[in-house]
Design a protein around this ligand. Structure first.
Ligand code: AMP
Ligand code: ZN
Length: 113
């Protein structure tokens, strides 16, 4: 499958992996938008948030809990951080394999633009 993140999962494209288990992978974003910018992805290819079903509730929960743990390990949990899912064109999605952005290490602004 011609999917960048599937290639990161099967190691045919290199990335700096910071967490891996049976269902999830987390790695450094290649163009960090904050001092800490990680991506948490499911190993199963799911194109967008629109494709999620009730059966994926646990998977999405695991993604958020993993992000929480990574934030803690990075020491940014108390200052705070931001979790973002971009969906489709208006959401600014560039890679069509769902991913949770974990951003931190600086003050975030609102509205996000
Ligand atoms: P999105 O715009 O939500 O689809 O985010 C895609 C993210 O993937 C962007 O933040 C990119 O910087 C990041 N990205 C693209 N290619 C790579 C790569 N090879 N390794 C790590 N992150 C990547
Ligand atoms: Zn994929």
């Amino acid at each position: 499958m011609d999917c960048l993140f599937c290639k990161i999962i099967d190691h045919s494209i290199k990335s700096n992996i910071i967490y891996e288990d049976e269902t999830l992978l987390a790695f450094d974003d290649i163009r960090p938008q904050a001092p800490q910018h990680k991506l948490i992805i499911p190993k199963r290819h799911i194109e967008t948030i629109n494709e999620l079903t009730e059966d994926d509730a646990n998977l999405v929960g695991q993604m958020v809990l993993t992000a929480k743990q990574i934030a803690k390990d990075l020491g940014i949990d108390q200052d705070g951080f931001r979790l973002v899912f971009n969906c489709n064109r208006h959401g600014g999605q560039e890679v069509y394999h769902i991913h949770l952005h974990l951003l931190g290490g600086r003050q975030m602004h609102w509205p996000p633009g």
